[in-house]
Design a protein around this ligand. Sequence first.
Ligand code: NOJ
Length: 541
Amino acid sequence: MQNLWYKNAIVYSLDVETFMDSNADGVGDFQGLTQRLDHLAAMGITCLWLLPFYPSPNRDNGYDVMDYYNVDPRLGTLGDFVEFMHQARERGMRVLIDLVINHTSDQHPWFQESRSNPQSRYRNYYVWSTNPREDDPNLIAFPTVEDSLWDYDEQAGAYYLHHFYKHQPDLNIANSLVREEICKIMGFWLELGVSGFRIDAASFVIEGIGIPGANQENLQIFFDEMRGFLASRQGDAVLLAEANVSAEEISTYFGQGNRMHLLFNFLLNQYMFLALARQAAEPLRYGLRTLPEIPSQCQWLNFVRHHDELTLDRLSDSERQEIFDAFAPEENMQIYGRGIRRRLPPMLKGDRRHIELTYSLMFSLPGTPLLRYGDEIGMGDNLRLEGRTSVRTPMQWSDEPNGGFSDAPPDQLTRPVISEGEYSYKQVNVAQEQRDPAALINWIERIVRIRKQCPEFGYGTLHILETDDPCVFAHCCEWSDRAVIAVHNSADRDCTVTLNSTDYEHLFDLFGDRPYEALNDNKAIPLSPYGYRWFRVNQTH
Ligand code: NOJ
Protein backbone atom coordinates (compact mmCIF):
# COMPACT_ATOMS: atom_id res chain seq x y z
CA MET A 1 0.00 0.00 0.00
CA GLN A 2 1.28 3.50 -0.82
CA ASN A 3 2.09 5.91 1.97
CA LEU A 4 -0.10 8.92 1.23
CA TRP A 5 0.31 10.51 4.67
CA TYR A 6 -0.20 14.02 3.28
CA LYS A 7 -3.77 13.26 2.19
CA ASN A 8 -5.00 13.37 5.76
CA ALA A 9 -2.35 15.44 7.51
CA ILE A 10 -3.21 18.36 9.76
CA VAL A 11 -0.80 21.02 8.58
CA TYR A 12 0.22 24.08 10.62
CA SER A 13 2.30 26.90 9.24
CA LEU A 14 4.49 29.18 11.28
CA ASP A 15 7.34 31.59 10.98
CA VAL A 16 10.13 30.76 13.45
CA GLU A 17 10.84 34.48 13.78
CA THR A 18 7.43 35.29 15.27
CA PHE A 19 6.61 32.09 17.15
CA MET A 20 8.66 31.97 20.37
CA ASP A 21 11.81 33.76 21.48
CA SER A 22 13.96 31.65 23.83
CA ASN A 23 16.86 34.06 24.41
CA ALA A 24 15.20 37.43 24.98
CA ASP A 25 16.64 39.10 21.90
CA GLY A 26 13.18 39.92 20.55
CA VAL A 27 13.32 37.41 17.70
CA GLY A 28 11.68 33.99 17.70
CA ASP A 29 14.09 31.09 17.30
CA PHE A 30 14.39 27.33 16.87
CA GLN A 31 14.93 26.73 20.57
CA GLY A 32 11.75 28.64 21.34
CA LEU A 33 9.82 26.69 18.71
CA THR A 34 11.16 23.42 20.12
CA GLN A 35 9.89 24.38 23.59
CA ARG A 36 6.43 24.92 22.13
CA LEU A 37 6.14 21.68 20.18
CA ASP A 38 3.95 20.16 22.86
CA HIS A 39 1.37 22.87 22.26
CA LEU A 40 1.22 21.80 18.60
CA ALA A 41 1.27 18.08 19.33
CA ALA A 42 -1.56 18.46 21.84
CA MET A 43 -3.66 20.18 19.19
CA GLY A 44 -3.18 17.17 16.95
CA ILE A 45 -0.95 18.82 14.36
CA THR A 46 0.84 16.20 12.26
CA CYS A 47 2.85 18.34 9.89
CA LEU A 48 4.54 21.73 10.21
CA TRP A 49 5.30 24.06 7.34
CA LEU A 50 8.09 26.45 8.26
CA LEU A 51 8.40 29.75 6.42
CA PRO A 52 11.96 30.50 5.20
CA PHE A 53 14.50 30.50 8.01
CA TYR A 54 17.65 30.85 5.89
CA PRO A 55 20.21 33.65 6.29
CA SER A 56 18.59 36.65 4.66
CA PRO A 57 18.66 40.45 4.60
CA ASN A 58 15.02 39.91 5.54
CA ARG A 59 13.49 42.45 3.22
CA ASP A 60 10.72 40.02 2.23
CA ASN A 61 10.11 38.08 5.43
CA GLY A 62 12.95 35.67 4.61
CA TYR A 63 11.82 35.01 1.02
CA ASP A 64 15.05 36.75 0.00
CA VAL A 65 17.56 33.99 0.62
CA MET A 66 21.33 34.55 0.71
CA ASP A 67 22.45 31.07 1.77
CA TYR A 68 20.39 27.94 1.18
CA TYR A 69 22.50 25.75 3.44
CA ASN A 70 22.14 27.45 6.77
CA VAL A 71 19.88 28.86 9.44
CA ASP A 72 19.64 32.62 9.90
CA PRO A 73 21.82 33.33 12.96
CA ARG A 74 18.99 35.40 14.41
CA LEU A 75 16.90 32.20 14.56
CA GLY A 76 19.53 29.78 15.80
CA THR A 77 22.04 27.34 14.37
CA LEU A 78 21.94 24.20 12.26
CA GLY A 79 22.41 22.35 15.53
CA ASP A 80 19.23 23.93 16.88
CA PHE A 81 17.46 22.95 13.68
CA VAL A 82 18.50 19.31 14.01
CA GLU A 83 17.43 19.24 17.65
CA PHE A 84 14.08 20.72 16.63
CA MET A 85 13.69 18.05 13.93
CA HIS A 86 14.42 15.34 16.44
CA GLN A 87 11.86 16.66 18.91
CA ALA A 88 9.23 17.06 16.18
CA ARG A 89 9.78 13.48 15.06
CA GLU A 90 9.49 12.28 18.67
CA ARG A 91 6.01 13.79 18.64
CA GLY A 92 5.06 12.25 15.32
CA MET A 93 5.19 15.53 13.44
CA ARG A 94 6.61 15.89 9.95
CA VAL A 95 8.22 19.09 8.74
CA LEU A 96 7.91 20.81 5.37
CA ILE A 97 10.13 23.77 4.61
CA ASP A 98 9.85 26.63 2.18
CA LEU A 99 12.05 26.31 -0.87
CA VAL A 100 12.46 29.66 -2.58
CA ILE A 101 13.88 28.94 -6.01
CA ASN A 102 12.28 31.48 -8.27
CA HIS A 103 14.73 34.07 -6.99
CA THR A 104 17.46 34.76 -4.46
CA SER A 105 18.33 37.87 -2.52
CA ASP A 106 20.55 40.29 -4.42
CA GLN A 107 22.95 39.68 -1.52
CA HIS A 108 23.36 36.02 -2.45
CA PRO A 109 27.00 35.32 -3.45
CA TRP A 110 25.74 33.87 -6.76
CA PHE A 111 24.20 37.20 -7.69
CA GLN A 112 27.18 39.20 -6.49
CA GLU A 113 29.42 37.10 -8.71
CA SER A 114 26.92 37.15 -11.55
CA ARG A 115 26.68 40.92 -11.69
CA SER A 116 30.39 41.59 -11.31
CA ASN A 117 31.96 38.96 -13.53
CA PRO A 118 30.53 38.24 -16.99
CA GLN A 119 32.89 35.25 -17.37
CA SER A 120 31.76 33.61 -14.17
CA ARG A 121 29.75 30.37 -14.15
CA TYR A 122 27.22 32.33 -12.11
CA ARG A 123 26.52 34.87 -14.86
CA ASN A 124 23.76 32.74 -16.34
CA TYR A 125 22.33 31.77 -12.99
CA TYR A 126 20.19 34.87 -13.47
CA VAL A 127 18.37 36.39 -16.42
CA TRP A 128 20.19 39.35 -17.96
CA SER A 129 19.25 41.47 -20.93
CA THR A 130 20.61 44.65 -22.46
CA ASN A 131 17.34 45.23 -24.20
CA PRO A 132 14.49 43.67 -22.24
CA ARG A 133 11.13 43.37 -23.89
CA GLU A 134 8.38 45.61 -22.69
CA ASP A 135 6.72 44.71 -19.41
CA ASP A 136 3.39 43.01 -19.22
CA PRO A 137 2.03 44.76 -16.11
CA ASN A 138 -0.06 41.68 -15.27
CA LEU A 139 3.11 39.78 -14.52
CA ILE A 140 4.35 42.13 -11.81
CA ALA A 141 3.72 40.26 -8.57
CA PHE A 142 3.46 43.33 -6.37
CA PRO A 143 1.78 46.03 -8.43
CA THR A 144 1.64 49.32 -6.50
CA VAL A 145 5.09 48.45 -5.06
CA GLU A 146 7.17 47.63 -8.15
CA ASP A 147 6.59 49.08 -11.59
CA SER A 148 8.74 46.86 -13.79
CA LEU A 149 9.96 43.29 -14.19
CA TRP A 150 13.45 44.52 -15.06
CA ASP A 151 15.97 46.60 -13.19
CA TYR A 152 19.20 48.04 -14.52
CA ASP A 153 22.36 46.98 -12.70
CA GLU A 154 25.25 49.43 -13.11
CA GLN A 155 27.87 46.84 -12.26
CA ALA A 156 26.64 44.37 -14.84
CA GLY A 157 25.72 46.99 -17.40
CA ALA A 158 22.51 45.10 -18.08
CA TYR A 159 18.97 44.61 -16.86
CA TYR A 160 18.05 41.64 -14.68
CA LEU A 161 14.67 40.00 -14.37
CA HIS A 162 12.72 40.09 -11.12
CA HIS A 163 9.07 39.16 -10.82
CA PHE A 164 8.95 40.17 -7.17
CA TYR A 165 10.89 42.96 -5.43
CA LYS A 166 13.88 44.39 -7.24
CA HIS A 167 16.14 43.03 -4.53
CA GLN A 168 15.02 39.51 -5.54
CA PRO A 169 16.61 38.68 -8.92
CA ASP A 170 15.01 35.69 -10.65
CA LEU A 171 17.07 32.55 -11.06
CA ASN A 172 17.43 31.17 -14.56
CA ILE A 173 15.72 27.79 -14.33
CA ALA A 174 16.56 27.05 -17.96
CA ASN A 175 20.19 26.73 -16.86
CA SER A 176 20.97 23.12 -15.95
CA LEU A 177 23.56 24.27 -13.41
CA VAL A 178 20.83 26.11 -11.50
CA ARG A 179 18.66 22.98 -11.61
CA GLU A 180 21.51 20.96 -10.16
CA GLU A 181 21.96 23.52 -7.39
CA ILE A 182 18.27 23.27 -6.51
CA CYS A 183 18.36 19.48 -6.27
CA LYS A 184 21.48 19.72 -4.13
CA ILE A 185 19.66 22.07 -1.74
CA MET A 186 16.74 19.63 -1.51
CA GLY A 187 19.17 16.79 -0.87
CA PHE A 188 20.78 18.71 1.98
CA TRP A 189 17.56 19.33 3.90
CA LEU A 190 16.22 15.85 3.21
CA GLU A 191 19.32 14.48 4.92
CA LEU A 192 18.36 16.61 7.92
CA GLY A 193 14.97 14.91 8.04
CA VAL A 194 12.43 17.17 6.36
CA SER A 195 9.43 15.54 4.69
CA GLY A 196 9.26 17.89 1.74
CA PHE A 197 9.14 21.38 0.41
CA ARG A 198 6.73 24.19 -0.27
CA ILE A 199 7.78 25.43 -3.68
CA ASP A 200 7.52 29.18 -3.41
CA ALA A 201 6.16 31.06 -6.44
CA ALA A 202 5.98 27.83 -8.46
CA SER A 203 4.03 29.42 -11.30
CA PHE A 204 6.72 32.03 -11.84
CA VAL A 205 9.44 29.37 -11.84
CA ILE A 206 8.15 27.79 -15.04
CA GLU A 207 6.98 30.92 -16.77
CA GLY A 208 10.19 31.53 -18.67
CA ILE A 209 9.53 35.20 -19.33
CA GLY A 210 12.61 36.88 -20.68
CA ILE A 211 14.79 33.77 -20.53
CA PRO A 212 16.52 33.67 -23.92
CA GLY A 213 15.49 30.58 -25.90
CA ALA A 214 13.42 29.25 -23.00
CA ASN A 215 11.01 26.54 -23.93
CA GLN A 216 7.96 26.21 -21.68
CA GLU A 217 7.83 22.47 -21.87
CA ASN A 218 11.45 22.19 -20.89
CA LEU A 219 10.85 24.48 -17.91
CA GLN A 220 7.85 22.45 -16.80
CA ILE A 221 9.87 19.29 -17.04
CA PHE A 222 11.93 20.67 -14.21
CA PHE A 223 9.05 19.72 -11.92
CA ASP A 224 9.39 16.10 -13.09
CA GLU A 225 13.11 16.32 -12.41
CA MET A 226 12.55 17.68 -8.93
CA ARG A 227 10.03 14.96 -8.21
CA GLY A 228 12.37 12.29 -9.53
CA PHE A 229 15.21 13.57 -7.41
CA LEU A 230 13.01 13.75 -4.33
CA ALA A 231 11.73 10.22 -4.82
CA SER A 232 15.24 8.92 -5.30
CA ARG A 233 16.34 10.40 -1.98
CA GLN A 234 13.22 9.93 0.13
CA GLY A 235 10.19 8.09 -1.17
CA ASP A 236 7.56 9.58 1.12
CA ALA A 237 8.67 13.22 0.84
CA VAL A 238 6.34 15.65 -0.91
CA LEU A 239 6.28 18.78 -3.02
CA LEU A 240 3.65 21.42 -2.28
CA ALA A 241 3.31 24.13 -4.89
CA GLU A 242 2.32 27.69 -4.34
CA ALA A 243 0.60 28.34 -7.67
CA ASN A 244 -2.40 30.60 -7.88
CA VAL A 245 -3.46 29.59 -11.39
CA SER A 246 -6.62 29.03 -13.41
CA ALA A 247 -8.41 25.68 -13.46
CA GLU A 248 -7.01 24.99 -16.94
CA GLU A 249 -3.42 25.39 -15.77
CA ILE A 250 -3.67 23.10 -12.76
CA SER A 251 -2.70 19.94 -14.62
CA THR A 252 0.70 21.49 -15.36
CA TYR A 253 1.48 21.25 -11.65
CA PHE A 254 0.11 17.81 -10.88
CA GLY A 255 1.14 16.30 -14.22
CA GLN A 256 0.08 12.65 -14.36
CA GLY A 257 0.74 12.43 -10.64
CA ASN A 258 4.46 12.77 -11.35
CA ARG A 259 5.01 16.42 -10.40
CA MET A 260 3.62 18.19 -7.33
CA HIS A 261 1.92 16.14 -4.64
CA LEU A 262 -0.05 19.07 -3.28
CA LEU A 263 -1.29 22.44 -4.45
CA PHE A 264 -2.70 25.27 -2.37
CA ASN A 265 -6.38 25.52 -3.23
CA PHE A 266 -6.42 29.20 -4.17
CA LEU A 267 -9.48 28.89 -6.39
CA LEU A 268 -11.67 27.25 -3.78
CA ASN A 269 -10.44 29.67 -1.14
CA GLN A 270 -11.72 32.61 -3.17
CA TYR A 271 -15.09 31.00 -3.83
CA MET A 272 -15.40 30.10 -0.16
CA PHE A 273 -15.05 33.78 0.76
CA LEU A 274 -17.60 34.70 -1.89
CA ALA A 275 -19.99 32.16 -0.34
CA LEU A 276 -19.37 33.64 3.11
CA ALA A 277 -19.92 37.18 1.86
CA ARG A 278 -23.14 36.28 0.04
CA GLN A 279 -24.32 33.88 2.74
CA ALA A 280 -25.05 31.48 -0.10
CA ALA A 281 -23.95 27.99 -1.09
CA GLU A 282 -23.74 28.48 -4.84
CA PRO A 283 -20.23 30.02 -5.02
CA LEU A 284 -18.81 27.00 -3.22
CA ARG A 285 -20.60 24.61 -5.51
CA TYR A 286 -19.35 26.56 -8.48
CA GLY A 287 -15.79 26.61 -7.12
CA LEU A 288 -15.79 22.87 -6.56
CA ARG A 289 -17.22 22.17 -10.00
CA THR A 290 -14.59 24.39 -11.55
CA LEU A 291 -11.72 22.38 -10.08
CA PRO A 292 -10.43 19.68 -12.41
CA GLU A 293 -10.17 16.03 -11.41
CA ILE A 294 -6.71 15.44 -10.02
CA PRO A 295 -4.57 12.29 -10.09
CA SER A 296 -5.43 9.98 -7.22
CA GLN A 297 -2.14 10.42 -5.38
CA CYS A 298 -2.37 14.22 -5.56
CA GLN A 299 -4.08 16.49 -3.09
CA TRP A 300 -5.45 19.98 -2.43
CA LEU A 301 -4.21 21.94 0.55
CA ASN A 302 -7.21 23.92 1.80
CA PHE A 303 -6.72 27.04 3.86
CA VAL A 304 -8.59 30.02 5.24
CA ARG A 305 -5.72 32.50 5.46
CA HIS A 306 -1.97 32.29 5.20
CA HIS A 307 0.86 34.76 5.64
CA ASP A 308 0.17 36.72 2.45
CA GLU A 309 -2.80 38.77 1.39
CA LEU A 310 -6.12 36.98 0.91
CA THR A 311 -5.96 37.23 -2.83
CA LEU A 312 -9.25 37.57 -4.72
CA ASP A 313 -7.71 37.90 -8.15
CA ARG A 314 -9.58 34.96 -9.72
CA LEU A 315 -12.98 36.56 -9.13
CA SER A 316 -14.69 39.20 -11.24
CA ASP A 317 -14.42 42.84 -10.16
CA SER A 318 -17.95 42.84 -8.81
CA GLU A 319 -17.49 39.56 -6.91
CA ARG A 320 -14.29 40.91 -5.36
CA GLN A 321 -16.11 44.08 -4.42
CA GLU A 322 -18.81 42.05 -2.64
CA ILE A 323 -16.14 40.48 -0.47
CA PHE A 324 -14.45 43.82 0.17
CA ASP A 325 -17.80 45.32 1.15
CA ALA A 326 -18.52 42.48 3.57
CA PHE A 327 -15.11 41.91 5.12
CA ALA A 328 -12.68 44.70 4.25
CA PRO A 329 -14.64 47.86 3.54
CA GLU A 330 -11.81 50.30 4.27
CA GLU A 331 -9.00 50.88 1.84
CA ASN A 332 -6.41 50.22 4.52
CA MET A 333 -7.77 46.68 4.86
CA GLN A 334 -7.08 45.96 1.19
CA ILE A 335 -3.84 45.47 -0.67
CA TYR A 336 -2.47 45.37 -4.23
CA GLY A 337 -5.95 46.17 -5.55
CA ARG A 338 -6.82 42.47 -5.33
CA GLY A 339 -6.64 41.26 -1.76
CA ILE A 340 -7.26 41.66 1.94
CA ARG A 341 -4.59 42.07 4.60
CA ARG A 342 -6.64 40.98 7.60
CA ARG A 343 -6.92 37.83 9.68
CA LEU A 344 -10.25 36.01 9.73
CA PRO A 345 -11.70 36.94 13.16
CA PRO A 346 -11.65 40.72 12.60
CA MET A 347 -13.04 40.17 9.08
CA LEU A 348 -16.00 38.38 10.66
CA LYS A 349 -16.33 41.00 13.41
CA GLY A 350 -15.31 38.43 15.99
CA ASP A 351 -18.52 36.42 15.49
CA ARG A 352 -17.56 33.05 16.92
CA ARG A 353 -20.37 31.24 15.05
CA HIS A 354 -19.18 32.61 11.74
CA ILE A 355 -15.55 31.80 12.52
CA GLU A 356 -16.44 28.20 13.40
CA LEU A 357 -18.52 27.86 10.25
CA THR A 358 -15.54 28.95 8.15
CA TYR A 359 -13.12 26.51 9.75
CA SER A 360 -15.69 23.74 9.66
CA LEU A 361 -15.98 24.25 5.92
CA MET A 362 -12.24 24.36 5.45
CA PHE A 363 -11.68 21.17 7.47
CA SER A 364 -14.37 19.26 5.59
CA LEU A 365 -13.79 20.36 2.01
CA PRO A 366 -12.04 17.66 -0.02
CA GLY A 367 -8.34 17.97 0.68
CA THR A 368 -5.92 18.46 3.54
CA PRO A 369 -6.52 21.30 6.03
CA LEU A 370 -3.96 24.00 6.82
CA LEU A 371 -3.99 26.08 9.99
CA ARG A 372 -1.74 29.02 10.60
CA TYR A 373 -0.17 30.00 13.91
CA GLY A 374 -2.61 32.07 15.92
CA ASP A 375 -5.68 30.64 14.17
CA GLU A 376 -6.25 28.34 17.14
CA ILE A 377 -6.76 31.30 19.48
CA GLY A 378 -8.48 33.64 17.02
CA MET A 379 -5.65 36.14 16.70
CA GLY A 380 -6.33 39.46 15.02
CA ASP A 381 -4.30 41.77 12.81
CA ASN A 382 -2.56 45.12 13.19
CA LEU A 383 -3.52 47.37 10.31
CA ARG A 384 -1.06 50.01 11.45
CA LEU A 385 1.76 47.78 10.26
CA GLU A 386 2.75 48.06 6.65
CA GLY A 387 1.55 45.75 3.86
CA ARG A 388 1.28 42.08 4.68
CA THR A 389 3.03 42.55 8.03
CA SER A 390 -0.42 43.28 9.45
CA VAL A 391 -1.05 39.52 9.72
CA ARG A 392 2.46 38.54 10.80
CA THR A 393 2.51 39.71 14.40
CA PRO A 394 4.08 37.52 17.13
CA MET A 395 2.23 34.56 18.60
CA GLN A 396 0.25 35.42 21.73
CA TRP A 397 1.06 32.88 24.43
CA SER A 398 -0.11 34.61 27.60
CA ASP A 399 -1.11 37.95 29.12
CA GLU A 400 2.45 38.55 30.29
CA PRO A 401 4.50 41.37 28.73
CA ASN A 402 4.94 40.88 24.95
CA GLY A 403 2.20 38.26 25.10
CA GLY A 404 4.73 35.79 26.49
CA PHE A 405 6.45 35.75 23.09
CA SER A 406 9.70 37.28 24.32
CA ASP A 407 11.40 38.69 27.42
CA ALA A 408 13.05 41.46 25.43
CA PRO A 409 12.05 45.10 25.95
CA PRO A 410 8.94 45.71 23.77
CA ASP A 411 10.76 48.15 21.48
CA GLN A 412 13.26 45.43 20.59
CA LEU A 413 10.73 42.92 19.28
CA THR A 414 11.11 41.87 15.68
CA ARG A 415 7.53 43.06 15.27
CA PRO A 416 5.15 44.58 17.78
CA VAL A 417 2.73 42.28 19.55
CA ILE A 418 -0.94 43.24 19.29
CA SER A 419 -1.42 45.05 22.58
CA GLU A 420 -4.56 47.10 22.13
CA GLY A 421 -8.21 46.44 21.46
CA GLU A 422 -10.20 43.23 21.52
CA TYR A 423 -7.41 41.20 19.87
CA SER A 424 -4.74 42.33 22.33
CA TYR A 425 -2.64 39.58 23.90
CA LYS A 426 -4.25 40.57 27.19
CA GLN A 427 -7.54 39.08 25.93
CA VAL A 428 -6.47 36.64 23.24
CA ASN A 429 -3.74 34.21 24.29
CA VAL A 430 -3.04 30.51 24.63
CA ALA A 431 -2.75 30.33 28.43
CA GLN A 432 -6.09 32.00 29.08
CA GLU A 433 -7.94 30.01 26.40
CA GLN A 434 -6.59 26.73 27.69
CA ARG A 435 -8.25 27.41 31.01
CA ASP A 436 -11.60 28.02 29.33
CA PRO A 437 -13.37 24.92 28.02
CA ALA A 438 -15.52 27.09 25.75
CA ALA A 439 -12.59 28.89 24.15
CA LEU A 440 -11.73 28.59 20.46
CA ILE A 441 -8.53 26.68 21.16
CA ASN A 442 -10.52 23.78 22.57
CA TRP A 443 -12.92 23.87 19.66
CA ILE A 444 -9.97 23.70 17.23
CA GLU A 445 -8.56 20.75 19.15
CA ARG A 446 -11.96 19.05 18.85
CA ILE A 447 -12.39 19.65 15.13
CA VAL A 448 -8.88 18.31 14.52
CA ARG A 449 -9.74 15.19 16.51
CA ILE A 450 -12.93 14.59 14.55
CA ARG A 451 -11.30 15.40 11.20
CA LYS A 452 -8.74 12.68 11.90
CA GLN A 453 -11.61 10.23 12.26
CA CYS A 454 -12.92 11.18 8.83
CA PRO A 455 -10.28 10.15 6.31
CA GLU A 456 -13.05 10.26 3.70
CA PHE A 457 -12.55 14.04 3.45
CA GLY A 458 -8.93 13.49 2.48
CA TYR A 459 -9.11 10.37 0.35
CA GLY A 460 -12.70 10.29 -0.81
CA THR A 461 -14.75 11.04 -3.87
CA LEU A 462 -16.77 14.22 -3.62
CA HIS A 463 -20.51 14.44 -4.26
CA ILE A 464 -22.08 17.85 -4.00
CA LEU A 465 -25.57 17.35 -2.58
CA GLU A 466 -28.52 19.41 -3.71
CA THR A 467 -30.58 20.96 -0.93
CA ASP A 468 -33.83 22.91 -0.81
CA ASP A 469 -32.18 25.93 0.83
CA PRO A 470 -29.87 28.19 -1.19
CA CYS A 471 -27.94 29.11 1.95
CA VAL A 472 -26.98 25.54 2.81
CA PHE A 473 -24.00 23.87 1.28
CA ALA A 474 -24.02 20.08 1.64
CA HIS A 475 -21.49 17.58 0.43
CA CYS A 476 -20.53 13.98 0.84
CA CYS A 477 -17.13 12.29 0.61
CA GLU A 478 -17.03 8.55 0.00
CA TRP A 479 -14.09 6.28 0.39
CA SER A 480 -13.63 2.61 0.83
CA ASP A 481 -17.26 1.75 1.69
CA ARG A 482 -17.49 4.64 4.10
CA ALA A 483 -19.00 8.06 3.72
CA VAL A 484 -19.30 11.33 5.60
CA ILE A 485 -21.71 14.16 4.91
CA ALA A 486 -21.31 17.77 6.01
CA VAL A 487 -23.97 20.49 5.91
CA HIS A 488 -23.16 24.15 6.41
CA ASN A 489 -25.66 26.95 6.84
CA SER A 490 -23.97 30.08 5.51
CA ALA A 491 -26.81 32.34 6.67
CA ASP A 492 -27.39 34.09 9.96
CA ARG A 493 -30.82 32.51 10.44
CA ASP A 494 -32.22 29.14 11.51
CA CYS A 495 -33.28 26.69 8.88
CA THR A 496 -34.35 23.14 8.33
CA VAL A 497 -32.88 21.68 5.21
CA THR A 498 -33.75 18.67 3.10
CA LEU A 499 -31.13 16.81 1.13
CA ASN A 500 -32.40 15.91 -2.30
CA SER A 501 -30.95 12.47 -2.15
CA THR A 502 -32.30 9.11 -1.11
CA ASP A 503 -28.92 7.39 -1.16
CA TYR A 504 -28.04 8.01 2.45
CA GLU A 505 -30.36 6.31 4.87
CA HIS A 506 -29.05 6.86 8.36
CA LEU A 507 -27.01 9.86 9.35
CA PHE A 508 -25.19 9.85 12.68
CA ASP A 509 -23.94 13.09 14.13
CA LEU A 510 -20.16 13.36 14.42
CA PHE A 511 -19.66 17.04 14.97
CA GLY A 512 -21.65 20.25 14.98
CA ASP A 513 -21.96 23.80 16.24
CA ARG A 514 -24.09 22.51 19.13
CA PRO A 515 -25.55 19.19 20.29
CA TYR A 516 -28.50 18.51 17.99
CA GLU A 517 -31.24 15.95 18.48
CA ALA A 518 -30.42 12.77 16.61
CA LEU A 519 -32.17 12.65 13.24
CA ASN A 520 -35.13 10.32 12.88
CA ASP A 521 -34.90 10.47 9.16
CA ASN A 522 -32.57 12.55 7.08
CA LYS A 523 -35.34 14.35 5.31
CA ALA A 524 -35.33 17.37 7.62
CA ILE A 525 -32.08 18.59 9.12
CA PRO A 526 -32.32 21.53 11.52
CA LEU A 527 -29.44 24.00 11.54
CA SER A 528 -28.80 27.04 13.74
CA PRO A 529 -27.73 30.37 12.26
CA TYR A 530 -24.26 29.70 10.77
CA GLY A 531 -24.79 26.13 11.98
CA TYR A 532 -22.92 23.11 10.69
CA ARG A 533 -23.17 19.34 11.16
CA TRP A 534 -20.97 16.49 10.08
CA PHE A 535 -22.51 13.02 9.79
CA ARG A 536 -21.28 9.54 9.24
CA VAL A 537 -23.50 7.61 6.88
CA ASN A 538 -25.04 4.28 7.87
CA GLN A 539 -22.70 3.56 10.78
CA THR A 540 -23.04 3.94 14.47
CA HIS A 541 -19.33 4.31 15.14
C1 NOJ B 1 5.28 34.00 -2.13
C2 NOJ B 1 5.38 34.16 -0.67
O1 NOJ B 1 4.29 33.52 -0.06
C3 NOJ B 1 5.43 35.64 -0.38
O2 NOJ B 1 5.35 35.90 0.99
C4 NOJ B 1 6.68 36.19 -0.98
O3 NOJ B 1 6.71 37.61 -0.83
C5 NOJ B 1 6.78 35.87 -2.47
N1 NOJ B 1 6.46 34.49 -2.75
C6 NOJ B 1 8.16 36.12 -2.99
O4 NOJ B 1 9.02 35.12 -2.53
